[in-house]
Design a protein around this ligand. Structure first.
Ligand SMILES: *Cc1c(COP(=O)(O)O)cnc(C)c1O
Length: 419
């Protein structure tokens, strides 16, 4: 390829990191369905292990040889190289789920006695891990909310008396289910303020909601970017996977932890995700376009009282949006007039849009956060986070725009008739 031209990630997703000479000329990367790899000689096996176990520095241009699929496998390595392009990260580690990427980051960067500073709300599984599992390892958590200023958060940290124990700042933005937005640069400053020469405080951002296309947290000071690759990256509701991106130093630590927890993704998952990445840009572009149309339609409908969509961000949220987001995404939440009954009537009347949790897929998915994804959230937090009985969350897919609007409109008509 022309080495002077900088190709965009979408142009490289079909070929980057793969050389057909190594696979009988196959145009596509085969599935390396193998648990172990044959060494050419005992000397080569020795050399591979020296690098894998850090017994000596890698020589210039030397790469870690293929040893065993818990440590490395071509389908994972090529996938990791391709994923790195979107976030312009030095390296990437792929996991068997988004939760395993997130929990591995906690296990690697926190130890007993440490404190985690985190934003509310976070994904349900992450929330459970922070409150009920980190707790068992003697790791405390301190939460803050999207509308809090840097001064307020700093004051809260000071009042807790635990500033010197904070080892990681963990943020999810925009947050599920209401697209609440948090300033990544501000969080990076907080992490820097808490860091000392001996102790770096790492900033991790769950970027699942914006896929790898619409927000790039590393550019705004994050040290780790985490994904549920089950969502936009996989994009077809047919695979569970996760990823972490960052500097070589951060990812080397994540990969070592992954080797010992054994939660790497398998070759088949790696292959499926590579296939998905080829269409990531076209899928997400179409989802973005559909979401814009759907959000405008909902905003103007008399049965809808409020729409949570980043394209409608105002005031301070708009400033943060302009600074760190490249597009408003494809997640639209909204309040229907009435309550749970009307919300359920509407959801049950839909024909094209499917009732299921998850997001970022080719098909549009709808769900009721109050009784589904966020059923476990306390009533107090539900009120704080605007998770009302009338709140509905829609992940917009790639269907024809007019068909989506027709489906939403018809279902709203049936509720309107009964209202
Ligand atoms: C789905 C999701 C996760 C968890 O990912 P899994 O692949 O289901 O383990 C984490 N964070 C966010 C924001 C998610 O939407």
């Amino acid at each position: 390829m022309d080495s002077k031209h900088k190709y965009s990630p979408e142009s490289l997703m079909m070929s980057y990191g793969y050389s057909s000479e190594l696979s009988e000329g196959a145009i596509k990367c085969p599935i390396f369905q193998t648990s172990t790899f044959e060494f050419r000689s005992a000397e080569q096996g020795k050399a591979f292990f020296e690098v894998a176990y850090g017994l000596r520095e890698k020589e210039e241009k030397e790469e870690l040889g293929l040893i065993y699929s818990r440590i490395n496998n071509p389908d994972l390595e090529i996938l990791e190289n391709r994923l790195s392009l979107w976030d312009e990260a030095e390296d990437c580690a792929v996991f068997e789920s988004g939760m395993s990427a997130i929990s591995t980051a906690f296990m690697e960067f926190l130890k007993p006695g440490d404190v985690l500073l985190f934003s509310n709300p976070v994904y349900g599984g992450t929330d459970h891990f922070i409150k009920h599992i980190l707790d068992k390892f003697g790791i405390e958590a301190l939460g803050f909310y999207p509308n809090q200023t840097k001064e307020e958060i700093t004051q809260m940290i000071a009042e807790s008396g635990k500033a010197d124990k904070i080892a990681m700042v963990y943020v999810e933005t925009p947050a599920n289910p209401t697209n609440d937005i948090i300033d990544i640069e501000m969080c990076s400053q907080i992490a820097d303020d808490l860091s000392t020469n001996e102790r770096k405080v790492y900033l991790a951002v769950d970027n699942t909601y914006m896929g790898p296309l619409w927000q790039h947290p590393l550019k705004h000071g994050a040290d780790l970017v985490l994904y549920s690759a089950t969502k936009y990256i996989g994009g077809h509701s047919d695979v569970i996977a996760g990823a972490c991106l960052g500097s070589n130093e951060v990812i080397a630590r994540m990969k070592t932890m992954r080797t010992f927890l054994g939660n790497m993704a398998g070759p088949w998952t790696g292959w499926l995700l590579m296939r998905s990445l080829e269409t990531l840009k076209v899928r997400m572009d179409k989802q973005l376009e559909n979401a814009k149309a759907v959000a405008s339609f909902l905003k103007s409908h008399p049965m809808i009282s409020k729409v949570y969509y980043l394209g409608f961000a105002e005031g301070e949220d708009k400033q943060i949006y302009d600074k760190q987001c490249e597009a408003p995404g494809a997640m639209v939440s909204f309040d229907i007039k009435g309550g749970e009954e009307e919300a359920f009537q509407f959801i049950n009347a839909l024909k094209l849009v499917k009732l299921a949790v998850s997001l970022g897929s080719t098909e549009s998915l709808i769900q009721h956060p109050g009784t589904m994804t966020h059923a476990g959230v306390s009533e107090e937090d539900k009120a704080k986070l605007n998770i009302t009985p009338s709140l509905i969350r829609l992940s917009v897919g790639v269907e024809k725009t007019e068909d989506l609007i027709h489906d939403l409109n018809s279902a709203l008509e049936t509720v309107l008739k009964r209202f």
